[in-house]
Design a protein around this ligand. Structure first.
Ligand SMILES: Nc1nc2c(ncn2[C@@H]2O[C@H](COP(=O)(O)OP(=O)(O)OP(=O)(O)O)[C@@H](O)[C@H]2O)c(=O)[nH]1
Ligand SMILES: [Mg+2]
Length: 425
């Protein structure tokens, strides 16, 4: 029998309320030990109960209790939520009592793992839940939410059904070819079916680069000569003093990163060492890093007073008008002039990079890898003239899809074959 596990599922203490989650076959029995003789609330009803130390009968807290009976719970098991007062002492005392009553602290991700093992969610949804919790921007939240809702799982299930049917057709071709009554000359149809499936997988895979941009954030590097005001601009856009700013040329050495929310789209803004010839080995290393990061960035903001820079800083000193003119954006990191124009321009650029609409389907490197593998086998099967080898490739494709969702089930292939053909003669 599985252990009954518990964990603090809400955030850092102290807080107004803390939620302790309990899951496993003994959840309700353990809860009863903490609430004494009081009647437990019916499933899915929130009720206030006294939580007591079982041995002394001493009151620990008055908490809201919610019971979820399996399989109608996140994990699929009997589960309990204890919404107690969010102090360090209350949470510690409740957890101590849960341990005394026979539960154990959950390991990282164990609730989600149980949800997967009980078949409540597949692997792609488990991945999405992790992303949903990490989401910092609307774009990230929407992508994670769509995936957590089972978008890729549904597609993968649908593709797997198609594959199983195609395999059944091929097997029938093989087994009954000489009997002349089943699917004679079906290879053309099967070939077209494989081609259509390959196209569907290919178009899902095409969404992966945008998903990656949404998850990691667009990278924007600020570069330019020393003292241009790069660090000042980073601080102004981040609205906090992240980077050291001094009148000394060559202040910044390491690459600094801050996360920005550009109209709901995530970005990582990089501050870099000022570019110039230098004898100083430390500064030279900083400049080498600056060049390397700028080369990989999605966008480079070239800052400075010079003629080749796209953003002109320190207009408070020159008296130039803020905003776009003469093909350049004029700003003052010191006074903030021109920064709304810069932010609007960045948001428009981000919207171009991460278009609105349906969130991407393929959201992790693991998913992209397995779908590329699936596609590879489909292409192999499509090109194969030998039915036995084609069936082998389709089996490999189905296996890769099974690994995508985390459920591999070769029995279903047999089931589909027997259910579709009248073998009884
Ligand atoms: N007047 C004025 N001074 C500015 C402005 N932006 C930055 N400065 C000043 O210019 C100097 C250099 O600013 P930093 O932000 O450190 O410049 P940097 O490009 O990061 O310099 P390095 O890290 O050395 O490459 C500091 O004294 C800032 O206060 C501005 O818009 N107006
Ligand atoms: Mg700097």
């Amino acid at each position: 029998m599985a252990d009954t596990i518990y964990a603090l599922s809400s955030g850092a203490l102290p807080a107004g309320v803390a939620v302790i989650r309990l899951s496993g076959p003994d959840s309700i029995g353990i809860l009863q030990r903490l609430t004494g003789d009081a009647a437990l609330p019916p499933a899915r009803s929130a009720m206030l109960r006294s939580i007591m130390e079982a041995e002394s009968g001493q009151l620990i807290d008055r908490s809201i209790i919610i019971i979820f009976k399996g399989p109608h719970s996140f994990t699929g098991e009997d589960s309990v939520e204890i919404h107690c007062h969010g102090s360090i002492a209350v949470v510690a005392a409740v957890q101590r009592e849960l341990s005394r009553a026979g539960a154990r602290p959950a390991e990282a991700g164990e609730f989600t793992r149980r949800a997967f093992e009980s078949g409540r969610i597949d692997l792609t949804q488990a991945e999405a839940l992790a992303h949903l919790i990490e989401a910092e921007t609307d774009a990230q939240r929407e992508q994670a939410l769509s995936q957590a809702g089972g978008r890729l799982r549904d597609l993968a299930d649908q593709w797997r059904d198609t594959l199983i049917n195609l395999m059944a057709d091929l097997e029938a071709d093989l087994d009954f070819a000489d009997e002349g009554d089943v699917a004679a000359g079906a290879t053309g149809t099967i070939g077209r079916g494989i081609g259509a499936l390959a196209d569907a997988v290919r178009s899902a895979l095409a969404t992966a680069p945008v998903a990656e941009r949404i998850r990691q954030g667009l990278t924007i590097a600020i570069v330019g000569p020393p003292n241009a005001g790069k660090s000042s601009l980073l601080n102004a856009l981040a609205r906090r003093e992240v980077a050291i700013v001094t009148p000394h040329a060559g202040t910044t050495r390491d690459v600094l990163e801050v996360h920005l929310n550009l109209g709901g789209r995530p970005a990582v803004l990089l501050d870099t060492a000022g570019l110039r010839e230098t004898e100083d080995p430390v500064e030279a290393e900083g400049i080498a890093r600056a060049r390397a990061r700028a080369a990989k960035a999605d966008l480079v903001l070239d800052l400075g007073p010079g003629p080749k820079q796209m953003i002109v800083n320190k207009i408070d000193e020159t008296g130039a008008q803020p905003g776009w003119h003469d093909g350049k954006l004029h700003v003052s990191a010191a006074t903030g002039a021109g920064l709304p124009e810069l932010e609007a321009w960045l948001a428009a650029w981000a919207a171009d990079q991460i278009p609105a609409g349906e969130p991407p389907v393929v959201t992790t490197a693991r998913q992209a890898h397995l779908l590329s593998e699936t596609l590879g086998y489909l292409i192999e099967a499509e090109r194969e003239n030998d039915s036995v080898l084609a069936a082998e490739s389709l089996r490999a494709a189905a296996h890769a899809l099974g690994r995508l969702t985390g459920r591999i089930d070769p029995e279903t292939v047999l089931g589909a074959i027997f259910s579709r053909f009248c073998i009884g003669k």
